[in-house]
Design a protein around this ligand. Structure first.
Ligand code: NAD
Length: 370
């Protein structure tokens, strides 16, 4: 029997509330499928600062390194606004990403038919949308050196950010893009600015070379990042997987995500390199949203982003693609049945809280699995 070791880090604010619905899913799947989940919960973020004076202890970091997948909630909140910058709640998450070298950030944008009206685009443009933005997460403009603001002799200031990429960094993200496309509609758009940036020229060359050598079975198109942004609004359903660098990925993934509607709906995954022995990638799955201190403790948070993040773990870390598909379907059906948390409430729909939404999704999953 396959065993999956999961580390759950619920974090702060609504994190523990929405993570409770992941617990419900894990318990259900453990009962229904021929797999064993070994789960452990630990502290990260503000709750860890309160107990240990640091957002991430060495002990929890070691557990994260040993886990098959980390399911992360969200961290932060006004309570910790005044702690030192180095030990702020978010520093725990950043350290996890860095220590596990999670270089590939996956952000799907899925528009459930029942919520198509909530999008700022017309229904026909977004209904049934299912695209994936793959953002390089550990290189490029956010990390390149020099990165500084210097004062010039004339008293003016000069700010510099440096965009740097090496062949290796582009190769490994390109491989992830082609791998993911094979599990989807088999199409990759590689977005860069080769017309004005040297990193864009290299990006284009390396992605082309990886495609020619290893992924001829996948359709590849190159697109300028600004044109990609425009096409995402004009005709988003033309895309399947879009791969891009850290800076463009930051922009394009937010843009694509919002085509689909509320923050409470959006999952994400961050993957590292495959383990040479097992082929399994280090992985952290988390909703896009933060700890939502304004609604924490009220039992009204939307658990779908957190539950769908666990769905991504089933797909990419547990090799449970069928269950992941059924979970996505259960979420879509539950929405079609009219269940709505406050953030996605529409006229004549059934207003529910976090627990009721979680239970409704698991009940629907049970019906689908049979
Ligand atoms: P946020 O995502 O927490 O909230 C933005 C708005 O969306 C709020 O009105 C909130 O109520 C709503 N919202 C978010 N998730 C929801 C859900 N699941 N259901 C219903 N409504 C939801 O962003 P923010 O207010 O800018 O940040 C709050 C705290 O979270 C800050 O301390 C910030 O640093 C932190 N944060 C953490 C992460 C993370 O852990 N990865 C990400 C973003 C923000």
């Amino acid at each position: 029997m396959a065993t999956h070791n999961l580390l759950l880090l619920p974090g702060d604010g609504i994190g523990p509330e929405v993570m409770a619905e992941v617990d419900r899913l894990v318990a259900f799947l453990a009962k229904k499928s021929k797999v064993e989940f070994k789960t452990e919960q630990a502290l990260c973020g503000g709750c860890s600062i309160d107990k240990h004076g640091t957002p991430l202890t060495e002990e929890v970091l070691a557990k994260a390194k040993a886990a098959d997948a980390i399911i992360f909630g969200s961290v932060g909140g006004p309570k910790w606004d005044k702690v030192a910058y180095e030990i702020r709640p978010e520093a725990g998450l950043l350290r996890l990403r860095k220590e596990l070298d999670l270089f590939a950030n996956l952000r799907p944008a899925i528009c459930y038919p029942a919520l198509a009206e909530a999008s700022s685009l017309k229904r026909e443009l977004v209904e049934g949308l299912d695209i994936l933005i793959l953002r390089e997460l550990t290189g490029g403009t956010y990390f390149g050196e020099p990165k500084e603001i210097v004062t010039l002799e004339n008293g003016q200031k000069r700010a510099v950010d440096t965009t740097v990429y090496t062949t290796h960094e582009i190769e490994r993200i390109a491989r992830v893009a082609f791998d993911l496309a094979r599990k989807r509609k088999n199409k990759v758009h590689s977005a860069e600015k080769r017309n004005v940036m040297k990193t864009g020229v290299l990006w284009n060359q390396v992605v082309t070379a990886v495609h020619a050598a290893e992924a001829k079975d996948v359709e590849l198109q190159h697109i300028l990042a600004d044109a990609c942004s425009m096409q995402l609004v004009r005709n988003p359903k033309q895309f399947d997987v879009i791969v891009c660098d850290n800076l463009f990925g930051d922009m394009l993934s937010d843009q694509a995500a919002m085509l689909a509607g509320s923050l409470g709906m959006l999952p994400s995954a961050s993957l590292g390199a495959p383990d040479p022995k097992t082929g399994l990638r280090k992985a952290l799955y988390e909703p896009i949203h933060g700890s939502a201190p304004d609604i924490a403790g009220k039992g009204i948070a939307n658990p779908i982003a957190q539950m769908a993040s666990f769905g991504m773990a089933l797909r990419y870390s547990c090799n449970m693609v069928k269950e992941a598909d059924l979970l996505d379907k259960a979420i879509a059906n539950t929405l079609a049945q009219g269940y709505r948390t406050a953030d996605i409430m529409q006229p004549n729909m059934r207003s529910v809280g976090t627990t009721e939404m979680g239970k409704a999704i698991v009940t629907e999953l049970e019906r689908l699995i049979g």
